[in-house]
Design a protein around this ligand. Structure first.
Ligand code: HPA
Ligand code: ZN
Length: 326
């Protein structure tokens, strides 16, 4: 398939993926055994068969359960190194990856193990494969704003190695406004910020992320379409959206990829990028997301190129670094 070969071969970015969500069943089972975790599944096969979700929360329950196998610095290293190998193999040349330390620190894992293991993998991948990668630390929105502020203090020693701060987790009932002091504090430190908004939550959450938090990118953001004035504002300021079509499909945000609003977002003049979110759990890395959207929505080569180029212009890199990547 020529279109598929083209999509796999073209240099790409990945701007919305959670390292925890790249944990493949085989690695999860191996780490679970090594760390003597009591798991509900006997085999990787059995675990893979549990990857059926009805909404965001049903996914998050399994995703957090999987996080229990990540304990030692070496575990975080293996997770990130495995992901970056896969990304390099599909010609991702720039990856900006999320990791949410609270899943681990809340169970007694040392923040230094989480960050040092992950950053060492990023350094090795850059050295060995030439892939460029930055780490975005995420806060969990079902926890309190004080928890997020505590996280910011915990990661302070690594500020120079952190690309940005984001926010994920259970969206409904946890609007961006709940975290306005936290994001203001991140801004004061000169840290770039992103937030998940408009995945399951309403357009008003997207508006809060853009206007109240002042995010540099909106993660997902698809529900902005319910507010045409907001869409015009977002198109005017060219704020990037990191859309994850297969994620939206698996979490039942859309009934089919044919019904996905990706093209509506593009046609509205928004700065749209395509990403994978949780590639292991949703069975699709960034290439599969582009390939399947191309087929379902009949995207042209020009539209694919535009989505891929948008990834580079939305990346948290300088124009010089962008030129070097392309
Ligand atoms: N939404 C919110 N939080 C998440 C997601 C998501 O799609 N994936 C991992 N954490
Ligand atoms: Zn996400």
């Amino acid at each position: 398939d020529r279109m598929e070969d083209f999509i796999r071969g073209i240099p790409k970015t990945e701007l919305h993926m959670h390292l925890e969500g790249s944990l493949e069943p085989e690695l999860l089972m191996r780490l679970g055994e090594r760390n003597k975790c009591q798991l509900r599944w006997k085999t990787a096969e059995e675990l893979r068969n549990a990857y059926e979700f009805s909404d965001l929360q049903s996914f998050l329950d399994l995703y957090y359960e999987g996080c229990q196998v990540l304990v030692e610095e070496a575990d975080f290293y293996e997770l990130a190194r495995a992901y970056l190998r896969k990304a390099h193999a599909e010609n991702v040349v720039r990856a900006e990856v999320f990791l949410g330390p609270q899943s681990f620190t809340s169970k007694g894992v040392d923040i230094a193990s989480v960050l040092n293991g992950t950053l060492k993998a990023i350094d090795d991948a850059e050295q060995e494969d030439g892939i460029s990668c930055g780490l975005i630390v995420t806060a969990q929105r079902h926890r309190t704003e004080q928890d997020a502020l505590d996280l910011l203090e915990q990661v302070r020693p690594w500020f120079s190695r952190i690309l940005g701060i984001g926010m994920g987790g259970a969206e409904k009932g946890n609007p961006p406004s709940k975290f306005r002091h936290f994001f203001r504090a991140c801004r004061r430190e000169g840290i770039r910020i992103t937030a998940h908004a408009g995945e399951e939550g309403p357009a008003s959450y997207v508006r809060e992320a853009v206007e109240l938090l002042g995010v540099d990118r909106v993660d997902h953001g698809v529900s902005c379409l319910d507010d045409p004035a907001l869409v015009r504002e977002m198109a005017d300021i060219k704020i990037p959206l990191t859309v994850c079509p297969i994620s939206n499909l698996r979490l039942k945000g859309v009934p089919s990829l044919e019904a996905h609003p990706l093209k509506k977002l593009m046609d509205a003049g928004l700065h749209v990028t395509v990403n994978s979110d949780d590639p292991s759990y949703f069975r699709g890395y960034v290439s599969e997301n582009l390939v399947e959207c191309q087929r379902a929505l009949g995207l042209t080569v020009e539209e694919i190129v535009s989505l891929v180029r948008n990834g580079f212009t939305a990346a948290f890199i300088s124009p010089a670094e962008r030129a070097a990547a392309l």
